[in-house]
Design a protein around this ligand. Structure first.
Ligand code: NAP
Length: 524
């Protein structure tokens, strides 16, 4: 395994500072010493990324698709070595890791299909009308183009799917933007293996080395310097609100501010309506408990709030929920910081005078296991206490009990921006609660009916990006093919000769893609 930084295809470890990875199940450091990047190494990585960008951004969709598929093949070729390393560094079970590898390779291949199909560039052609009166029209054509090199911060909670070759990297490379990954210190070995796989793919596809680099070190030094570098043009991030906002601030302090697409957390309210509780309460209790505890609750879509209205069957539903929580197994959390943040966050919530504990599996053992918990509060008390609105990252949910429908609506009005909002209800329940649906739709990026928020499909219609503060820019998604739009901008060409125009905008449509020509969608 390469423990140096990987700068434009070459291992580089000129600095003295090193860091180690940690095995959270054993609570011990692993043996390797990973070199932190120096300022010179960062500058080389970014300069090489810029040099590579000048040719990479203009490559055909099929050539970039071949590159993305080769990355997926190289990741799969790592076989069990990669799976075992992820398990050691994350504490995640084998099934989850294998599934996440499938998702990672799947999204690389989905972007490859998008590039081959080609119409994602949104080509528009408005031909010249020299005879138009009173004024002639000039020839104007427009398409989306890469904005330049992108810095990607690997996420702790998805060592593969939101990290080195994860969704941010895949969408940036698809857009034509070289990537520099800042490895997450929780999974340095995983990052090294995947970075090597990407580097092999760069070489196999004959691309310039600067298309991909991976750097190691602290976010506050290495990460911030990367964001501040004038040749970096966008940032992809998944993590805490504090970390995300620190990067947004750094990006805005630049002479040329750049966008930071930070996905920062969410409490993902789940509303369970009256008739549904009455008719399917027990099954729903099991469904919610399973969703809360999935992956030790370390998902951005973890349901941190469960909201119900008083009515027939509520008592039995709450009993069932408590019983289901008592059945859950605790799993090792990703690292010590995340574990202690969970224990403290849960305690802070439960310690509020108006909150009562329904179940908590917390124990005094010194493992880093995330022990499931559930507590209860009235809607009135929830609304006025902002501490209860904060994300508790782990297997915990707060049950908010409303006296009536009006309180349900007041709870939705008190919520900040969320990645998701879920409503479990019969058809009558849904038809009886239009205000709830309207209020929730104003505050979330994905509205879910009769389902739980965990499980984010990677597809064309997915929007994984809610209003602030769940993300720094709710206009964009970090999951699914539209994630590519974060790393491109429109460029219009006025009166450009055919020899200068990109193929996507040329007469005769040589790429045979869907375009809007004089207002009509066509392949002509
Ligand atoms: P994090 O602390 O935000 O770290 C994510 C990345 O950002 C790391 O590479 C980190 O560098 C860097 N970073 C953090 N603070 C920074 C700063 N002030 N300036 C520059 N870079 C900075 O997130 P985490 O380590 O993944 O987990 C910590 C907490 O974040 C969790 O307990 C949870 O509350 C939250 N979280 C939420 C989600 C979600 O999707 N909602 C996902 C993951 C985590 P270092 O390597 O130096 O730390």
């Amino acid at each position: 395994m390469i423990t140096d930084n990987l700068i434009a295809g070459n291992p580089s470890g000129i600095g003295a500072e090193t860091i180690k990875a940690v095995d959270p199940a054993k609570r011990t450091q692993t043996s390797e010493l990973f070199k932190c990047a120096t300022e010179d190494e960062l500058n080389t990585a970014v300069q090489e990324a810029y040099n590579a960008w000048l040719t990479y951004k203009n490559l055909s969709g099929s050539k970039k698709a071949q590159f993305l598929r080769t990355i997926a093949d190289e990741i799969e070729a790592l076989g069990d070595t990669l799976v075992q390393r992820v398990m050691i560094e994350s504490g995640l079970p084998e099934g989850r890791v294998v599934g996440e590898r499938g998702r990672t390779c799947g999204q690389l291949r989905l972007f490859a299909e998008l590039l081959e199909e080609g119409s994602w560039v949104e080509a528009r052609v408005d031909e010249a009308m020299p005879d138009r009166t009173p004024l002639p029209r000039v020839d104007i054509r427009k398409m989306l183009q890469s904005t330049g090199p992108v810095a990607v911060f690997a996420a702790s909670n998805f060592p593969l799917a939101f990290s080195t070759a994860g969704g941010d990297t895949a969408s940036a490379l698809a857009a034509g933007s070289p990537v520099i990954v800042k490895a997450h210190s929780s999974h340095l070995g995983t990052n090294a293996l995947v970075a090597e796989a990407i580097t092999k793919a760069v070489k196999k596809c004959g691309l310039p080395g600067g298309v991909f680099s991976s750097v190691q070190g602290s976010g506050r030094t290495v990460g911030k310097k990367l964001v501040k570098h004038p040749l970096i043009k966008a940032v992809g991030f998944t993590g805490s609100y504090t970390g995300g906002m620190a990067l947004v601030k750094a990006a805005n302090e630049r002479k040329e501010p750049i966008p930071v697409y930070a996905e920062m957390g969410s409490i993902n309210p789940v509303f369970v309506l009256n008739q549904k509780i009455k008719t399917e309460g027990k099954a729903i209790a099991a469904q919610i408990a399973g969703s809360v505890n999935l992956g030790a609750g370390q998902f951005c879509t973890n349901p941190g709030l469960t909201i119900v209205e008083k009515g027939e069957g509520l008592k039995e539903f709450m009993e069932a929920l408590t019983e289901e929580f008592a059945k859950l197994d605790a799993a090792t959390m990703l690292n010590e910081t995340i574990h202690s943040a969970y224990v403290n966050g849960k305690k802070e919530c439960v310690d509020q005078a108006e909150v009562s504990l329904l179940f908590d599996a917390e124990s005094n053992d010194d493992s880093w296991k995330g022990r499931p918990g559930i507590a209860q509060v009235s809607a009135k008390d929830f609304i006025k206490n902002n501490t209860l609105h904060q994300e508790v990252f782990g297997p915990f949910t707060l049950l908010v009990v409303c006296e009536n429908k009006e309180e349900l609506n007041e709870v939705t009005r008190a919520l900040e921006g969320q990645l998701t909002g879920s409503i479990l209800g019969t058809e009558d329940d849904l038809n009886n609660n239009p205000t709830l649906i309207e209020n929730l739709s104003q505050r979330v990026g994905r509205l879910i009916f009769n389902g739980v928020p965990t499980g984010v499909e990677v597809c064309h219609a997915m929007h994984h990006g809610g209003p602030f503060p769940s993300t720094s820019n709710g206009m964009y998604t970090s999951v699914g093919t539209d994630a590519i739009k974060r790393f491109v901008r429109p460029l219009s060409f006025q009166n450009a000769p055919q020899s200068i125009l990109p193929d996507a905008l040329k007469d005769g449509n040589p790429l045979n893609i869907w375009r809007k020509v004089n207002g009509l969608t066509t392949k002509e």
